[in-house]
Each structure stands twice: as C-alpha cells, then as structure tokens.
Design a protein around this ligand. Sequence first.
Ligand code: AMP
Ligand code: MG
Length: 347
Amino acid sequence: MMLICAALSSLGCGADKPIQKSDMVMDTVVTLSASGAEAEAAVTEGMARLHELEKLVSPQLPDSDVSRLVQMAGSGQWVELHPEVYHLLAVAQDYAAKTNGAFDVTAKPLVDLWGVGTDHSRVPSPAEIAKAQKLVGWQKLELDEKTHSARLTEAGMGVDVGGIAKGMAADEVRKIYRRHGIKDGLLNLGGSSIYALGVNGEGQPWRIGLRHPRKDDAQEKIAVMPLTDEALSTSGDYERFFEEDGQRYHHIIDPRLGRPAQSGLMSVTITAADKLEDAGLLTDLLTTAVFVLGPEQGARFLRTMPSGISGALIDSRYQLWTTHDMAQRLEEVSQELQFWQESGEWQ
Ligand code: AMP
Ligand code: MG
C-alpha cells in the first residue's frame, strides 16, 4: 500500500482514488487500475489471478494444462483441463470452424518453425513448411465437454494460445472487478488487449490510441478510440516481425498456407461490449482471425457477429475498413487513412 501511495501521490490516496499496479505477466507488462471503495482488493486479486492463469497456459511450465496436453499428443489419452482452459479451447475450436481454420490454436509447429520474435527466426524451406503443416489442423484437437478434457490426435502436435490467452485473462480480471463493485477502471494487458470500465480520472471515457502500423515509436497514433464498458484488442504485423530480402515476416500465421499471413492488412482493432460474454476473449481471437482473413473476408465475417462487436481494419494502402458503428466512433483519425464506405467508394 505504501508503494502504491507513493506512486500515485499526485492522485492522492483516499479510498475512492484510483489504484494502479503493474507487473510482468504472459511476457508482457500488465497494468491494472481501478477506482472505488474496493479498488485495492480488486487490483491485488486481479493481478494474482493473472499469475494463476499464466501458470495454466504457459508452454514453458511442464505441468501447465497446455504442456500436459502437448505431452500426451498422439497417445490417445484424454487430458483433464481446468474449466478456464477448457472454455478457452472450446471457443477457439468454435471459431476455427467458423473461419475455416484461419484461426487455429494448433498452428504451433508453424509458429515454432518461423520463430518470429525469437533469436532463431528464419524463412524455412517449402519442405519444412509442408512437414510442419502435417501436424497442424484444428480438427485434430478433440474436446470432451462432459469431462472437460482434450487430446491431440497426432504425436508432435502443439497448442499455442498466444493469440487468445490475454483476452481470456482480461475477462477473468473483469469478473473480479464485478465482484468488488468496480465501476471505473482500466485493464491493460501489454497494450494489445484492453478492458475499459466506466470513466477515467477526469470523468471521461477512456481514450485508447491505435498505434500507427509503420512508425517505430509505439506512441505514434493513427486514430483514437474512446472506450467505456468495452474490451478492445489489436493485432498488427508490426508487433513482432523480421525482414529478409525486403519482405516482412510477422507473427500471425495463415495455417492454410503455412506462412505469415499476407492478407493485405497491417492492423486490426476490434471492440466488444462489456455485456457480451467473453468480450475480452472474443476481441483477442477475432483480431488474429480477421488479420488472417484479410479486409474483404474479415470485414464480411465481422458483420455476421452480434451488435456490440465492431472492427477497424487498416490495409496496406492505408484504407480503413470499419464495421458496425466504428466509423462514427473513431476520433483523431490520421489524414493518411481513407474510409471505406459500404457503397463501395473510398472517402
Ligand atoms: P495476436 O497478437 O493476438 O494476433 O496473436 C498472435 C499470436 O497467436 C502469435 O504470436 C501466435 O502465438 C499465435 N498465432 C499465430 N497465428 C495464429 C493463427 N492463425 N491462429 C491462432 N493463433 C495464432
Ligand atoms: Mg489475438
């Protein structure tokens, strides 16, 4: 408490003043803030919950649910999972089917082969890609709802929840905030998964800057999204990538092609209303999926989603594709961007 008071001295330290804590979780800096009588408890419990969830999904820990599932691949054995992890995989499988495998948590052998973001990133040979692809396929991840169990049908398969775990974690912290009656607060998981409740310290909607996809400075914005009682995620080809022969190879893989998606997009931002179940998980999953699908298919897919979900897609020509009410809500939109209108004209 002393430390937090010191850090927030400019805000004061009364019971209803914002509380804020940051920590490394899931390889990223997480900052939780909250206002209200129980803010301190909510933020402390929220952070503890994040560490707990990390232990369930970490590929580095041999007894995490994800590791146990991978260790048993091809053995025929079912692996019982914690309810949160089972739910995560069930939603992932639902959307793998809906996106015809554009989103696929079994893409792990391909993610490892390209190694984007590691010290062994490289362009693999077509033969290596074909070999890894044999071990990828969402239909080869089987789930049993009655026992909350899963199994991978072939030895050598893997599971990578890097595209959805932060969104699910945000939902879990949001539940803790609800239990503590928190109306105003911000959950920021590495800048790419955000959950905004109520208003900020000035009584205004939270303002989330959408990062410029081609400026090295992470603070450079291309637009601003006011956010209240909503989750927001962004996926971009600038987050992790390497370049070879003038070509950018990033961390979002098109499992059907076995290589980083070249769908014509640079970034995808999606918001989901707090009233929707799994709002954080959905935004995290959908940004990755829509990035693979590309602007036309991705926007079409998003338009089939319930109201409360909306997207902003920036393609490589700086054209902004929006769904639902996103076009009306974005502010400080850079002049570099052209809006795509449903009528089929750029403005
Ligand atoms: P995000 O930054 O949320 O779009 O997630 C990207 C991460 O998800 C990557 O670093 C991989 O761990 C994983 N991933 C990459 N491609 C896919 C895919 N097509 N489907 C599911 N997960 C993926
Ligand atoms: Mg994602």
